[in-house]
Design a protein around this ligand. Structure first.
Ligand code: HEM
Length: 472
């Protein structure tokens, strides 16, 4: 086997663990792949390779190596792999899974401009987030301090912020069609890195097997696509060149480029991009807030310090604004530690080399799939002491001021880094402070949930119940 693998790895390619014939190392990724890959890096080095059923994949580990590739060689590592799954889902177009191409540049630019124009760049938008925060805490209040699973509420509230930018409207917390769509989409984020999905990428003919989790992935995607076709409703009353939201702005671009065969704007691509923006914005921020709630109940001392800071900066229950953020270093430290410790997107989103690359003396050919182990950055012993301990304190100096830490990459780095970072930071701060200002979080008597994550492309807590007891 060793001989076979040696032959398959091109000269100068990073070394790695021996694969099993045909399926390679796919099975090793079944449980906590980010932890397994970090352990492998201790044997094979920060940069090594694995075989995903014949797809030779380079894995980057540790802050130094990831910075070298994603930042210093930003353009070289800016592509996404040509995987059958991406082709099937979005024809490798849209935005998030799009190849590094004119199409990606056009779609990323439009999304960034829209986020700035309709969202985080606008003062009025902060008020809209605060309004959603109020809907959110009022809905929680309806549980009257009794135990409930916060997942659906958090998901709906968080996705409403992206919905405002994309469609110009929010969906009420009893809109079952919308909730169902998000649920299916979210299930796909989990399934996208399941063994079946990896097998499908290596052996696309399994599409014709009548069983396997990949079938669920496809049927979910088809249902989500059907829901998103209703986009038409949101563009009613549109006045060209006076966009009210992302969909309007996209239709302007589409019309401006009519007749240009090189244009990447199309109705189908609009639907893919809307879907990707919704899920990228919802799944991640929701998981962060769900972890934050869980950890506050788990560490009452930390929660108490958060309460004290909120009460001192926001007297008489005044609503938080973004300006208060600088005055709340402890809240900032807690949210940063949640992002570091919980690793919302542990392996980033699969990348690929856009040209031949040289890293640490290794040669990586153009088009090679690359996994960025962001978890290994947040648990990098060179940059963090006791990385396995949950401690917001590590983001504070001796005077209690917030300090930025270098090896902190929850939003990744380089050309493809998260385009929603600014929005996510606004949301996390406002939702978290509004929630903790009003409630004390605790677990129902005698039940402490596990902190073991549910695995998928994102890490989320397993379903848990919590009591939100009014503080005033
Ligand atoms: C990409 C994390 C919130 C939109 C990414 C990537 C990560 C990430 C790790 C992969 C970048 C790469 O390829 O290296 C997060 C986290 C969030 C968050 C931890 C919240 C706590 C958001 C929000 C939006 C968003 C609110 C917008 C609605 C995107 C998009 C991409 C992306 C569109 C793909 C960028 C591209 O391929 O060019 N995010 N994200 N994210 N994120 Fe986020």
């Amino acid at each position: 086997v060793r001989q076979l693998v040696k032959q398959r790895r091109p000269p100068g390619f990073p070394p790695g663990p021996s694969p099993i014939p045909i399926i390679g190392n796919i099975m090793s990724l079944a449980t906590e792949p980010h932890v397994f890959l970090k352990k492998q890096s201790e044997v094979h080095g920060q940069i090594f390779s694995i075989d995903l059923g014949g797809i030779l994949t380079v894995v980057l580990n540790g802050y130094d190596c990831i910075r070298e590739c994603l930042y210093n060689q930003s353009e070289v590592f800016a592509d996404r792999p040509s995987l059958p799954l991406f082709k099937k889902m979005t024809k490798s177009q849209g935005l998030l899974n799009c190849k590094y191409s004119k199409g990606w540049i056009e779609h990323r630019k439009l999304a960034c401009n829209s986020f700035r124009y309709f969202g985080s760049g606008q003062r009025l938008f902060e008020r809209k987030i605060s309004e959603e925060c109020m809907f959110f805490v009022d809905a929680i209040d309806k549980h009257k301090g009794k135990a409930f699973n916060p997942k659906h509420l958090v998901t709906n509230a968080v996705s409403n912020i992206t919905n405002l930018i994309i469609f110009g409207q929010r969906f009420t917390y009893d809109d079952h069609n919308f909730q169902h769509m998000i649920e299916l989409f979210s299930e796909n984020v989990e399934l996208a890195v399941s063994g079946w999905a990896l097998l499908y990428n290596a052996f696309p003919w399994i599409e014709y097997l009548p069983f396997g989790k990949h079938q669920k992935l496809f049927s979910n995607a088809a249902e989500v696509y059907k829901f998103l076709l209703q986009i038409n409703n949101f563009s009613q009353g549109r006045v060209p060149h006076m966009p009210r939201h992302y969909v309007d702005a996209y239709l302007d671009e589409l019309e401006r480029n009519v007749g240009d065969p090189s244009s990447s704007f199309s109705y189908e691509n609009l639907i893919y991009s809307v879907g990707e923006l919704i899920i990228a914005g919802t799944e991640t921020t929701t998981n962060t807030l769900r972890w934050a709630m869980l950890y506050m109940a788990l560490y009452p001392n930390i929660q108490e310090r958060v309460h004290r800071e909120i009460d001192s900066v926001l007297p008489n229950g005044r609503m938080p604004t973004l300006e208060d953020k600088q005055k709340m270093p402890y809240v900032e430290a807690v949210l940063h530690e949640i992002l570091r410790f919980c690793n919302i997107v542990p392996l980033g989103i699969f990348r690929a080399t856009s040209q031949d690359a040289n890293v640490n003396g290794y040669t990586i050919p153009k088009g090679t799939m690359v996994i960025t182990n962001l978890y290994s950055v947040h648990f990098d012993e060179k940059y963090w002491s006791d990385p396995g301990v949950f401690s917001p304190q590590r983001f504070l100096d001796a005077n209690g001021n917030f300090v930025r830490r270098e090896a902190f990459l929850p939003f990744s780095l380089g050309r493809r880094q998260c385009l929603g970072e600014q929005l996510a930071r606004m949301e996390m701060f406002l939702f978290f402070t509004t929630l903790l200002q009003r409630f004390h979080l605790q677990f129902p008597q005698g039940s402490i949930p596990t902190v073991a994550p549910k695995l998928g492309m994102t890490l989320q807590p397993k379903p848990y119940s919590i009591c939100a007891v009014r503080r005033q």
